[in-house]
Write a protein that binds this ligand. Structure first.
Ligand code: DX5
Ligand code: ZN
Length: 218
């Protein structure tokens, strides 16, 4: 069976007990922690920034992926990395120069990801694929946890998988939004390496929910 990596998004965690939640993620074998940073401009919601990331960095050694749903990541890349983000993921739809943001994040020692909204074609990622560690394919419109998976996105996952294999790139495909135990198999079969999930993990037994994803009980 293909190895499935899991990245719990703390957006649905208990924010009054984040350290405890992160330790449960470790116990479940989470490969990353997904941090949904929202600025109220790029998306309609506001979440948290480097101050919170810095304070939860001491709770776990699991790599942090900062999914920056913000208009100006170029201004804050250094702050997020200093706070403890290991991976900086920016959106293809922002209006700043993507290449220079990615370069900046790499220069500060982070890995980099590029996120695609559901209506952004894979084609738009191609010119950046060489410099990426991760491609984050959004399967909901970003802004909120608990939305339903958009099945049309499976085609884009397949297209990205074919391209990565054909070009022999080492980019991992992560899928984010509406990922549940009952659709994870389709997502993995389409070519995803990493499942990002908030509500499917933080409702109920966190350890079991992560293990079930990882063990293919999907
Ligand atoms: C959406 C975020 C997602 C979200 C996923 O804007 O980027 O990471 O937390 O939540 P679920 O898994 O509940 O759809
Ligand atoms: Zn996310």
């Amino acid at each position: 069976m293909k190895k499935i990596e899991v990245s719990p998004s703390i957006l649905s965690a208990d924010f009054s007990a984040l350290c405890k939640e992160l330790r449960l993620c470790e116990l479940g074998g989470a490969d990353y922690i997904h941090l949904d940073v929202m600025d109220g401009h790029f998306v309609p919601n506001i979440t948290f920034g480097p101050v919170v990331i810095k304070s939860i960095r001491k709770c776990t050694k699991t790599p942090f992926d900062a999914h920056l749903m913000i208009e100006r990541p170029d201004k804050y890349v250094k702050d997020f990395i200093s706070a403890g983000a290991d991976i900086i993921t920016v959106h293809r739809e922002i209006k700043v120069d993507i290449k220079s943001v990615l370069r900046k994040a790499k220069n500060y020692g982070a890995e980099v990801g590029l996120a695609l909204n559901p209506d952004t074609p894979f084609e738009k990622a191609k010119e950046h694929m060489d410099s990426l560690d991760y491609l984050l394919i959004m399967s909901v419109y970003p802004g909120f946890a608990g939305q339903s998976f958009i099945p049309d996105v499976l085609k884009k996952i397949r297209e990205a998988r074919e391209y990565i294999d054909k070009e022999a790139l080492s980019v991992k495909i992560a899928v984010d939004g509406g990922v549940k135990h009952n659709n994870a198999k389709d997502i993995v079969d389409a070519g995803a390496d990493i499942l990002v999930a908030a509500s499917a993990i933080f409702s109920g037994d966190v350890v079991k929910n992560i293990k079930d994803f990882k063990n293919g009980k999907i």
